[in-house]
Design a protein around this ligand. Structure first.
Ligand code: ATP
Length: 455
């Protein structure tokens, strides 16, 4: 399907508008004009399936950033901006520029206009062709779904990918948050840049400061040489901050400063280093509650959650269970030798009735070991080693049932693995950090146990 050569112009100045319209029509483009983002909002939201929009950045410097971000990120449009050299030094304008797909520096020549519009047209065609997407390929792993809400998430991933908006991914452990952040990176114009992941919950506070910002030689005992941090290492690409809710308050301040200034100082250095990084963060904790309890800064939360992607737990994706299980099976059988050709229908039924506390990671691990153990043509239910399915009719609330099942599972897995946390976490299909957190929540390991066990 070819898109019409049509541009939406959002511009408050009649003089500039007429110059722009004249240039655009000389290049064969029709135009549609709005005085502000707000006046364009309703119309674009209702009627435009996609296309190209040009905004004058200078006119948005008094519009709250959050409004600009929400507007730009939630549309299927390709966004171009016009900016003057003076505005380029304005931090608000610079932030807006980061959200756009392309920028014209003034003076605007017909040649430049034509080149950028050709590029934007290609982008708009790609966006239009993915409006019905129901799968995303991430490094060979195909994210698929037949559930409308999840397909909507896939479309959102495509839409936000090429903006620079900060994305926050919410969801239980093992639901695929890191994979989705990788998808955002791979689909973005930063795909050729680095993708750097850091788990904020897995490092001690003293370490994480230097992991994030880097340090100079001699910054602390043991700092025998200069080292760049994860933020700098992700320059030109994407930084994935997992378990962002575990970041200590002083580090929240430092991270906020970076998000506002786009520059960092290595530990023990006074030099400001400007870094262009797109931040994607993830958490399994309720950050709004953490804000209410004073454990997380509201201003940081607002900086990080311009776009929120909520990944549902596997138990709420019953209709996808067979699809994902087959997907994992095909993927694994192409890499490891396996006699089985697929799952017995009772195995699929069992998978559909199981509550998957470790979500897709747990499914992956269970299928992997079932494939190793399987000696027939079909994987039978017992090979999944799912021992207990909580009954829903005990009269308890759903949360109580879930909590009891979680506790039972943790206890039995720990016992089976002789209290070895690393092995237990692996068997449950969760990270060690998650396992440790859950075990502490249920009071099944005590302070010091974690140091004794092999991590
Ligand atoms: N749709 C999928 N199909 C196949 N494998 C998947 C899918 N989604 C996730 N996985 C795999 O499941 C595992 C867990 O995914 P991921 O690490 O992205 O989850 P997470 O939500 O970030 O977990 P955590 O919160 O514990 O860090 C990974 O090995 C990933 O490759």
């Amino acid at each position: 399907m070819l898109l019409p050569k049509h541009v939406v112009v959002i511009n408050d100045s009649p003089t500039r508008q007429s110059v722009l319209i004249e240039s655009l029509s000389a290049l064969g483009w029709s135009t549609e004009c709005y005085r502000s983002l707000y006046s364009a909002n309703d119309v674009l939201l209702r009627s435009k399936p996609g296309g190209i929009a040009i905004i004058i950045v200078e006119e948005l410097v008094s519009t709250p950033l959050k409004d600009v971000e929400n507007f730009i990120c939630n549309k299927k449009m390709v966004w171009l901006g016009v900016i003057s050299d003076e505005q380029h030094d304005n931090s608000h304008a610079r932030h807006i520029v980061r959200l756009l797909n392309g920028v014209f520096r003034l003076p605007l020549t017909d040649n430049r206009l034509s080149n950028l519009l050709d590029y934007a047209y290609g982008q708009a065609m790609i966006k239009a062709s993915i409006s019905n997407i129901d799968r995303i390929n991430v490094n060979g792993i195909m994210l698929r779904s037949c559930i409308p809400e999840v397909k909507h998430i896939f479309r959102l991933i495509h839409r936000v990918a090429d903006s620079r908006a900060a994305v926050m991914i919410l969801g239980e452990s093992g639901t695929g948050k890191e994979l989705v952040s990788r998808a955002i990176h791979d689909l973005s114009m930063r795909a050729t840049g680095p993708f750097v992941a850091l788990n904020c919950g897995s490092l001690a506070n003293e370490l994480i400061q230097s992991e994030l910002f880097g340090h100079e030689k001699g910054a602390f005992t043991g700092a025998t040489r200069q080292r760049i941090g994860h933020i700098e290492a992700a320059s030109g690409g994407t930084l994935f901050l997992d378990e962002i809710g575990d970041l200590s308050t002083p580090l929240q301040v430092n991270l906020l400063r970076f998000l506002e200034t786009h520059s960092i100082q290595r530990l023990s250095s006074s030099q400001e280093i400007s870094v262009d990084v797109r931040i994607v963060s993830a958490t399994h904790v309720d950050l709004e509650q953490a804000v209410e309890q004073g454990r997380f800064r509201l201003d940081l939360l607002h900086r990080l959650n311009t776009v929120i992607i909520h990944l549902p737990p596997l138990r709420q994706r019953k209709a996808d269970i067979e699809l994902i299980a087959n997907q994992i099976f095909e993927d694994l059988s192409s890499r490891y030798p396996c006699k089985a050709r697929g799952f017995h229908r009772d195995t699929i039924a069992l998978m559909k009735s199981y509550h998957w506390p470790g979500n897709i990671r747990e499914m992956l691990n269970r299928i992997k070991s079932a494939m190793l153990l399987c000696d027939g043509k079909l994987i039978l239910p017992d090979k999944l080693n799912i021992e207990h399915i909580p009954r829903a009719n005990s009269g308890n609330s759903l949360n109580e049932i879930k909590s009891q099942a979680e506790r039972r599972l943790l206890t039995s897995v720990l016992r089976k693995n002789e209290n070895n946390i690393a092995r237990s976490a692996k068997e449950m299909g969760v990270s060690r950090v998650t396992f440790y957190r859950l075990a502490k929540k249920h009071n099944i390991i005590h302070r010091g146990d974690d140091q004794k066990k092999t991590m």
